[in-house]
Unconditional design. Structure first.
Length: 163
């Protein structure tokens, strides 16, 4: 009797949990994506570009958008993206026009300056594909600063363990 009463209730709760977890994207957020293949408009940066998702924009011009990362790992953590539909650097470097490439590189310098990073320095990096840990399938560069980024230390540690 108790089983008959509680089993459907527990099943319903479990289904609701699955629905909430997947629709909020909390599990999908840890998944990496491929850096190659067809561009998919469903990625979050495409939605930001189309004004469907909010973002704290720090720079914009005809070809580039820069906005704050939603989960900053340094005091300054800005994402710099081309407005064109490119999944990764592989895609962008082979398909983008010279105008787009120049605009992106120029924007990187401008945003670093705008965020007050040029004097003390910064790190600029992109993740490509599964091994790179890319999680959003629209090319983006992480501009990190405001305190030492310590890639150098991390690489030195890795080289010591490899030898
Ligand atoms: P990846 O691992 O692909 O190089 O980095 C993706 C970055 O995008 C992560 O640092 C993550 O915090 C950020 N991110 C994911 N979703 C959003 C979002 O909706 N808005 C903003 N501003 N950043 C996001």
């Amino acid at each position: 009797m108790i089983n008959q009463l509680f089993t459907p209730m527990i099943n319903k709760l479990f289904l609701t949990f699955l629905l909430v977890t997947f629709s909020s994207g909390s599990l999908a957020n840890t998944e990496t994506v491929s850096g190659i293949g067809k561009y998919d408009d469903n990625n979050v940066f495409s939605k930001i570009l189309r004004g469907k998702l909010p973002a704290k924009i720090v720079f914009e011009d005809e070809f580039v958008l820069a906005f704050e990362d939603i989960h900053p790992i340094k005091p300054v953590h800005v994402l710099i993206i081309p407005k064109g539909k490119y999944r990764s650097l592989v895609d962008f470097s082979s398909k983008a026009s010279e105008q787009e490439i120049i605009a992106l590189v120029r924007a990187m310098g401008k945003v670093a300056k705008l965020m007050g990073l040029t004097e003390k320095g910064f790190s600029l990096m992109t993740n490509s594909g599964h091994n790179g840990g890319q999680m959003v399938a629209h090319l983006h560069f992480h501009l990190l600063g405001g305190e030492p980024v310590n890639w150098e230390e991390a690489l030195r540690e890795k080289n010591t363990t490899d030898n």
